[in-house]
Every structure is written in structure tokens, then in C-alpha cells.
Design a binder for this molecule. Structure first.
Ligand SMILES: Cc1ncc(COP(=O)(O)O)c(C=O)c1O
Length: 378
């Protein structure tokens, strides 16, 4: 039924494979029966397998059971969900917050809840796929601006007519690892009365002492700023949240379809997120180690002459040329016990290896990766 389309992908070297671990997530993983040093996960602080997180997941099973049985509006949630929302609001400096089932679900539910036909969304061209899908679902006019181009963004905001205007941006871009110019975006929002929807999926737990991009850029909490973030990356758990004013959270709780029409996250997942959040709040040394590792790796890659674009985060792309070159380097690394995913179109325009470094790596892991890449350069 799909033979022709699959053959077409195969010819272009674009077939993706599902990779399954036989171990916990972390800096070292088992795939098949082989051990690999892993540079593919977004588990930036190694919390997915932290003993306190794992213990807290187990601890609530006897009281709350496993499944949730219904959506939040039908008592699928628990007091743990409520506690997590209060803690997230406090952590993000907002009046209120709501938990969503994933980052993807948050974006496809939130964006249509805050923008509709007659409104205008301004979306960075490198925003995550879930934002693109959310924009499509909203039926608002979506205007794409060049990546991080503030001059273009301001011109477009001035030019377009809409009932409500919303700027949507990733904080850390998931395939390039660079940061949005959030200070300038704030100024535009303030100056023109535009709503800001910030996807801080990769910034939460990583930037600004773990509190995320708003803290990193030292920007005030404003009623016109909506911060989305995930538990699935630096917090090592699953799910997402949206933090904002009481009115915003009340409104989206009436209208975000992915919240209303989907079963709530299991309480044990929420318990793991609560513990992870607590660790991030106290997690000075974990976050420090992450950034020390990031520095070592970025310096090593630059020494080898790799273009790492404008990466300023634990996501470091290395631009490896053509699709065959990129897949060849990834499979050579794999043969030598190092797992680095090759990212190809349609996920990105330009093929690359996408490295993610975590606090779980040690200095020897990073040195080994650099040495191996150097040997592959010949
Ligand atoms: C910027 C961004 N937003 C949203 C998501 C989706 O988050 P989740 O994996 O929790 O669905 C991702 C995941 O890769 C992401 O990178």
C-alpha cells in the first residue's frame, strides 16, 4: 500500500529507524546487546533514572494506583497534579499553571486556545513541529519570520492587522541549540501589545538556574507572557505545563482540547515530576556540571573545525555535509560504541549530527567522542 512512497524514501536515504534501549536512559545505554555512550537524549540532568525520582514514582502506586481513568475535568487528576501546578507556578514566577500530557499536546491544545480565525500568529521559521501543528489547528493567520530576525518580526507586527497578535518562539531551538533573542521579542510584545507564547521545553532545568529562559534573560513576569515547558527533557519525566496569569490558565482550561479530551497523566508520573522539580530547584551542582560538560564538548568540536552553528546550549549540531556523509559518520560512531543521531530532512533542511550533552557524561566520554570524530576525519 505504501511501497512506492517507502522506496522513494529509501532511495533518498531518508528512512528512519525506531531504536529501542534495553536499559534506562542516560549517558550509557544498551541497544541490542551492545553498550553505547549516548549523545541523543534530552535528559540533560540525568533525572530520568535518579534514585530519588524512581523511588517517588514507586511510592505513590499503592495509594493512587496506576492509571488516571479520565481527563482532568472529570476527576482524572489528583491532589498531586494540583501540587505540581502550584509548584510550577511558583518556579516560573506566574500566578497559575496547568499540566498537559506532553509538550506536543500542550502546543496543539494551547495555540488554538489563544489564537483563532481573525488573529495573527508570528512564528519563528525554526519553531518545533508541535508549534507548527498548533498554528495550523488554530486557523489564525500564521506569519513565519526568518529565524531570530527581530527587524523582520517588528516590521511584520506593524504591518499585519489582526484582532489578537501572538508571537510564538522556542527558547532554545531544538535542532540548532541556539537561543531566541528574547529581550528584543519582549520589547516588541510590550510596545505593540502582542501576546508572547514561549516554548521553554529545552530551557526549563537548563537556563537561568533551571528556571528557564525568562530567568536567564532577566525578564519580568507579565500577564501577556505564557510560558510552556516540558517535564520530558531536563526533568527526566513525562508531560508538560503551561504557566501564566490566573485568567489565562482559567481560559485555556475551558478551551484547550488536548487538555479537555484526553486522560490525565498517571499520578506516579506526576510524583516523579514533583521530585525532579525539587531536585532542579536545589540542583546547583547538576546544572553546573551540565554547563562544564557543554563547554568541554563545544570547545573540542570547534578545535576539530566543525561548524556548530550558533549553539549556546547542551544541544550542539555538527554540520556534516550531505545526507550520505552524515549517515556514514553516525554509523561509524555507532560501530565504535557511540550513539549520535543523524538528523535529516524533513526534520531539518540541512542534515546534521545532533549531539546532546548531559550532566551524566564524564570528561572521558566527551574526550572519547572528540578523539573518535578526529580519527574519522582521517
Ligand atoms: C521545542 C519543543 N517543544 C515541544 C516538544 C514536545 O515535547 P514532548 O516531547 O514532551 O511532547 C519538543 C520535543 O522535542 C520540543 O523540542
Amino acid at each position: 500500500m505504501f511501497r512506492e512512497e517507502l522506496d522513494n524514501l529509501l532511495q533518498k536515504n531518508l528512512v528512519r529507524q525506531v531504536v529501542s534501549r534495553a536499559s534506562a536512559q542516560g549517558a550509557r545505554v544498551t541497544i541490542g546487546s551492545q553498550k553505547y555512550i549516548n549523545f541523543s537524549s534530552n535528559d540533560y540532568l540525568g533525572l530520568s533514572h535518579h534514585p530519588l525520582v524512581v523511588a517517588s514514582v514507586k511510592a505513590v502506586l499503592d495509594t493512587y494506583g496506576f492509571g488516571s481513568g479520565a481527563s482532568r475535568l472529570l476527576a482524572g487528576g489528583t491532589v498531586l497534579h494540583e501540587k505540581l501546578e502550584a509548584e510550577i507556578a511558583d518556579f516560573k514566577g506566574t500566578e497559575d499553571a496547568r499540566v498537559f500530557n506532553s509538550g506536543y499536546a500542550a502546543n496543539i491544545g494551547m495555540i488554538p486556545a489563544i489564537a483563532r480565525e481573525g488573529d495573527v500568529i508570528y512564528s519563528d521559521e525554526l519553531n518545533h513541529a508541535s508549534i507548527i501543528d498548533g498554528c495550523r489547528l488554530s486557523r489564525a493567520k500564521t506569519v513565519i519570520y526568518r529565524h531570530g530576525d527581530i527587524t523582520m518580526l517588528e516590521e511584520l507586527v506593524r504591518k499585519e492587522q489582526g484582532q489578537r497578535k501572538v508571537i510564538i518562539t522556542d527558547s532554545i531551538f531544538s535542532m540548532d541549540g541556539d537561543l531566541a533573542p528574547l529581550g528584543d521579542i519582549y520589547q516588541i510584545c510590550r510596545g505593540y501589545g502582542v501576546l508572547l507564547y514561549l516554548d521553554d521545553a529545552h530551557g526549563t532545568g537548563v537556563l537561568g538556574d533551571g528556571r528557564g529562559a525568562r530567568n536567564h534573560f532577566n525578564l519580568p513576569s507579565e500577564p501577556w507572557v505564557i510560558q510552556m515547558g516540558t517535564f520530558s527533557k531536563a526533568l527526566g519525566s513525562y508531560g508538560a505545563f503551561v504557566a501564566g496569569s490566573k485568567e489565562t490558565i482559567h481560559w485555556i482550561s475551558q478551551t484547550a482540547r488536548s487538555l479537555i479530551f484526553s486522560t490525565a497523566l498517571p499520578p506516579c508520573v506526576i510524583s516523579g515530576s514533583l521530585t525532579a522539580l525539587n531536585l532542579v530547584r536545589k540542583g546547583g551542582s547538576l546544572i553546573q556540571k551540565l554547563w562544564t560538560n557543554r563547554k568541554q564538548l563545544a570547545e573540542g568540536l570547534s578545535r576539530l573545525g566543525y561548524d556548530i552553528k550558533k549553539s549556546a546550549s547542551p544541544i550542539i549540531p555538527i554540520m556534516t555535509g550531505t545526507i550520505p556523509d552524515t549517515t556514514r559518520i553516525a554509523s561509524e560512531l555507532f560501530k565504535q560504541g557511540i550513539y549520535v543521531p543523524a538528523i535529516r530532512p524533513p526534520t531539518v533542511d540541512t542534515p546534521r549530527l545532533r549531539l546532546t550533552v548531559t550532566s551524566d557524561h564524564d570528561s572521558d566520554d566527551l574526550a572519547l567522542l572528540i578523539r573518535t570524530l578526529e580519527n574519522l576525519q582521517g
